[in-house]
Design a binder for this molecule. Structure first.
Ligand code: BGC
Length: 549
């Protein structure tokens, strides 16, 4: 009888087959990208015409974007990312702002407990901020619109004084009915607080302020994507799309009101003009008929607290990329008949649900980048203007055009590449809490390849969402060949992936280029809307107070 190894091939052959199969599941052809973008456009149009679709296309009642001349001082509260933030934003009126902020941790118990406890905590955090961060002695008198005044100056608790106006950035799907009203549709990103769905989020917060006798009034409600859009418009003088690629993902863009047909003959629709629409694209294709799902994605979804929801977000965002990568790594540890990674050994950390943070993938890719012969400049934020360079169009990054090889013949590596892999191996040992004896250089190469595979797919899919907005707003045509009149197409972005993940922006741009052509891609002025949530909330609070809300 033939030895078993002859029947199933050598260790190397079997590993190669398994790795090849994984690689092909994560590849996205140009045709697939076009199909996905096309489906995006169909879902945009459906969501604009009817309520209750996963791609919710929420009218925000924000009817214009700022031009940078706005002034005033406002409090902002931001819930929805990794931290809760309270800030005081001073809009200076010359495209500039200053911001003082404090971050507060939101425990798992608060995320998943009673909504009143969560909102009480928000109110307590605002209280703590107002108490702990006294206003500067030079502050002007209490006028919410006066440049130089401090929100703290407004905290005169006498009944006759106006309450401190606060803008709430609430980064979850909310069906807005006015600038200061909206019902929570669903939780995302690991939140599941009870008795919030269906309730007005502004009221939930105001009730908490009132319970604590805080002289603060929530005057505006804004999604973080809308915040990114408004704040980028404020600093850059215009913007068509605000998008977040962080813990979650989403985009808000400027739409013609006439296209938001689900508004029927409401006053807002009759008024015409433009309105910012919050797409909630994280819920794109929850049926997964178009998304290129793999067993690793299915496992993630099944084990998540919101199975069958937020499908797109689960392919894209920082909350999930580490978990997809962990799922692949575990399958390679468990591979049969021969383990492919770490001598078949895992660690408690690797066995733990969400045990692998996306930041570790970022660190691994950075370790590879650091030793490159020609360091990439095309993915970096450019100076204080917070513009993200578009140079990637002209100089494709080697690791974008050449797929990272999963089967590295370590002996044939150059000394530079070898030392880059050494660095990755050290990170793997440390961050995965593995025994050094179980981690080879080839293991390090495979972990690097896995991270690239998952992040590359995420960035390409992110490009589909951006391309869909460009087509929807008539800035581009799917397939290319359309040259927009505008010199620059300004987009505001925020979130840990786009800001920190090596090559995410360059990979995203490569995908947009495939979809809408080089000319349009070269005109994209993608800039970081740093502090967009705070500044956007302040700008909305300004609009609300002007409207007497
Ligand atoms: C939420 C969006 C939010 C995005 C980015 C998603 O999970 O549904 O409302 O904009 O995360 O924070």
């Amino acid at each position: 009888m033939a030895p078993i190894s002859a029947l199933i091939g050598s260790t190397e052959d079997s590993a190669r087959q398994i790795l090849d199969a994984i690689e092909s599941q994560f590849q996205l052809s140009d045709d697939a990208l076009v199909r996905i973008t096309d489906q995006f456009l169909k879902d945009f149009r459906l969501g604009l015409s009817e309520y209750n679709h996963p791609m919710a296309m929420i009218p925000t009642f924000v009817t214009g974007v700022p031009n940078g001349s706005e002034t005033g001082t406002f409090l902002a509260l931001d819930l929805g990312g990794t931290n809760l933030r309270v800030c005081e934003v001073q809009l200076k009126g010359n495209h500039q702002f200053t911001l003082r902020q404090q971050k507060y941790r939101v425990s798992e118990a608060l995320k998943t407990g009673e909504a009143t406890a969560l909102f009480d905590y928000l109110a307590d955090s605002v209280d703590a901020f107002l108490t702990e961060f006294p206003s500067s002695p030079n502050s002007a008198p209490p006028d919410p619109f006066a440049t130089g005044s401090s929100a703290l100056d407004l905290l005169d608790t006498s009944d006759s004084s106006p309450a401190v106006p606060l803008g709430l950035t609430f980064s979850f799907p909310v069906e807005q009915t006015a600038l200061n009203r909206g019902k929570v549709l669903t939780w995302t990103k690991g939140f599941s607080a009870k008795n919030a769905i269906g309730h007005d989020v502004v009221q939930l917060l105001q009730d908490a302020f009132d319970r604590k006798h805080l002289h603060v009034r929530c005057v505006a409600l804004v999604n973080d994507t809308v915040g990114a859009l408004l704040s980028r418009a404020y600093t850059a003088g215009g913007c068509i799309l605000g998008s977040i690629f962080g813990t979650g993902t989403n985009g808000a863009y400027v739409e013609k009101v006439e296209n938001i047909t689900k508004l029927g003959d409401s006053p807002a629709r009759k008024h015409g003009g433009d309105m910012v629409v919050n797409t909630e694209w994280g819920a794109f294709n929850n049926t997964r008929t178009t998304l290129p799902t793999t067993p690793y994605d299915n496992k993630l979804d099944r084990e998540s607290i919101n199975p069958r929801l937020q499908a797109f977000e689960k392919f894209i965002s920082g909350m999930y990329l580490g978990e997809i990568t962990r799922n692949i790594i575990l399958s390679l540890i468990d591979a049969a008949p021969y383990p492919i990674l770490f001598n078949g050994r895992a660690s408690a950390l690797l066995n733990k649900h969400y045990g692998l943070d996306t930041a570790v993938m970022s660190e691994i890719e950075q370790a590879w980048e650091n030793g490159r012969d020609q360091p990439s400049s095309n993915d970096k934020l450019v100076n204080g203007s917070h513009a993200i360079s578009n140079a990637s169009a002209a100089h494709p990054h080697p690791s974008l055009s050449t797929p990272t090889r999963h089967f590295t013949e370590v002996d044939k590596l150059s000394p530079e590449d070898r030392s880059r892999l050494e660095r990755i191996r050290n990170i793997v040992i440390q961050r995965f809490a593995l025994d050094a004896a179980d981690v080879t250089l080839r293991d390090a190469a495979i972990v690097h390849w896995t991270s690239c595979l998952v992040a590359n797919r995420a960035a390409k899919l992110s490009g589909c969402a951006i391309a869909a907005v460009l087509v929807q707003t008539e800035k581009a045509k799917l397939g290319g060949g359309f040259v927009p009149k505008d010199e620059k197409i300004t987009i505001g972005v925020d979130g840990s992936l786009i800001e920190h993940y090596p090559n995410f922006n360059a990979r995203l741009r490569a995908s947009v280029r495939t979809l809408v052509g080089e000319e349009v891609e070269a005109r994209l002025n993608i800039g970081l809307a740093k502090d967009g949530s705070g500044v956007g909330a302040a700008l909305c609070a300004l609009q609300a107070t002007k409207q007497g809300l």
